[in-house]
Design a protein around this ligand. Structure first.
Ligand code: S3P
Length: 423
């Protein structure tokens, strides 16, 4: 994909549905009694992997445009698949499904692509085994995972990392446990699982970083509207902030407080960003407007990290345009995403002329150096490809994004959206 420097980005767009919420809508809809209509579903490859896994376990799922109809089979209605489940590139599918599969009365094997086979699964194997699950991984903690039938009991689990995938895997296993299950997080991670399970009638109590689920008798289907993904909106927020003469509005974006760290950080960097038309619901939604401005460096660390973990690559790109130093710390988790996102971003920002250094738990970007176009690697990682596309719009000259098709993991029409706003 070739991109050139932009003279200004303008317009009002919507971004595809939230990836985390789309996955959960299919999974929990499958386990509910009754039909779940999902609107605004993300038709990205990861969420389609989730649909395929549930179809393979006997759950009828109909797709029409961005609407999905899941015919729930109830908590105990899943059937054994006739061969291993394939989760593609999707960590959310793999980890959340592990919690559900640990409680099923049939054995199952789960496998994914080359990236999934490198991602740590020990973090879910440990608590699920404490609950009584019979789960094994290749070399102890990698995919393929094999899961055999076992009775689960409730536990209290202190999580070593702030991960919503880990939290959700344990809570989902807790749906089937013989007593309450409690997880304690080191810092709050996205809470879509808790919100959606409550909407389906489950008893889920949250008290700061401590969440308890009581195994319900049933989940009741409700219609679910998926808001626009703030992680996708983030590319346009940064593009609008760094490309001069830009004004962009991104409508209907989910602004769940466990996900809105990108707004806080861009404002701290001096971005002109307004939130309007806020609508409260199971998930809060709003319109976001950004106008170009001069950005300055900032520090991103601590409890803020889980609130913007997927936005760190594009925030690193923003930092390359900002005056002064940006320090990202406490972000070791970035090393075990779809790629090592610390190494990937430091390599590619350096290729564009930025001055940045990798650290043990993040990176330091000394911004404000002139940036130029280049041929950027994607590392088979959707968010690296999109982050470098945003950088390319603000850098001098021409750029190429290699393997651009990887954006279809979370944002199939990304480059069309960029063209629509004048990119
Ligand atoms: C997700 C949680 C995060 C995030 C991922 C989606 C989820 O991962 O990076 O893209 O839907 O629960 P971790 O739980 O590993 O932090």
């Amino acid at each position: 994909m070739k991109l050139t420097a932009s003279a200004g980005l303008h317009g009002s767009i919507t971004v595809p549905g939230d990836k985390s919420i789309s996955h959960r809508a299919v999974m929990f809809g499958a386990l509910a009694d009754g039909d779940t209509h999902i609107s605004g579903f993300l038709m990205g490859e990861d969420c389609l992997s989730t649909i395929e896994c549930f179809r393979r376990m006997g759950v009828p799922v109909e797709i029409s445009g961005q609407e999905v109809l899941v015919h729930g089979v109830g908590l105990h209605g899943l059937k054994a698949p006739d061969s291993p489940l394939y989760t593609g590139n999707s960590g959310t599918t793999t980890r959340l499904l592990s919690g559900i599969l640990a409680a099923q009365p049939f054995p199952v094997t789960m496998t994914g692509d080359a990236s999934i086979e490198k991602r740590p699964m020990g973090r879910i194997i440990t608590p699920l085994r404490q609950m009584g699950a019979a789960i094994d991984g290749r070399d102890g903690s990698f995919c393929p995972l094999t899961i055999r039938p076992a009775a689960l009991h409730g536990i209290t689990y202190e999580m070593p990392v702030a991960s919503a995938q880990l939290k959700s895997a344990v809570l989902l296993a807790g749906l089937y446990a013989d007593g309450p299950t409690t997880v304690i997080e080191p810092a709050p991670s996205r809470d879509h699982t808790e919100r959606m399970l409550r909407a389906l009638g489950a008893q889920v109590e949250s008290d700061g970083c401590r969440i308890t689920i009581h195994a319900p008798q049933t989940l009741q289907a409700v219609d679910l509207a998926v808001p626009g993904d703030i992680s996708s909106a983030a590319f346009f927020l940064v593009a609008g902030a760094v490309v001069p003469n830009s004004t962009l509005t991104i409508r209907d974006v989910g602004i769940n407080p466990t996900r809105d760290g990108v707004i806080e950080v861009l404002r701290a960097m001096g971005a002109d960003l307004t939130i309007s038309n806020v609508r409260e619901g199971a998930e809060p939604v709003a319109d976001l407007t950004v106008r170009s401005s001069r950005l300055h460096g900032t520090e991103i660390k601590g409890a803020l990290i889980p609130r913007l973990i997927d936005e760190l690559p594009v925030l690193a790109a923003a930092a390359a345009f900002a005056e002064g130093e940006t320090v990202i710390r406490d972000a070791q988790e970035l090393k075990v995403k779809e790629s090592n996102r610390i190494t990937a971003m430091v390599n590619e920002l350096t290729r564009a002329g930025a001055d940045c250094t990798e650290t043990a738990d993040g990176m330091i970007i000394r911004g404000g150096k002139p940036l130029h176009g280049a041929a950027f690697e994607s590392y088979h990682d959707h968010r690296i490809a999109m982050s470098m596309a945003v950088l390319a719009l603000g850098a001098a000259g021409e750029s190429e994004i290699l393997n651009p098709e990887v954006v279809s993991i979370s944002y199939p029409g990304f480059f069309d959206s960029l063209r629509m706003i004048g990119g």
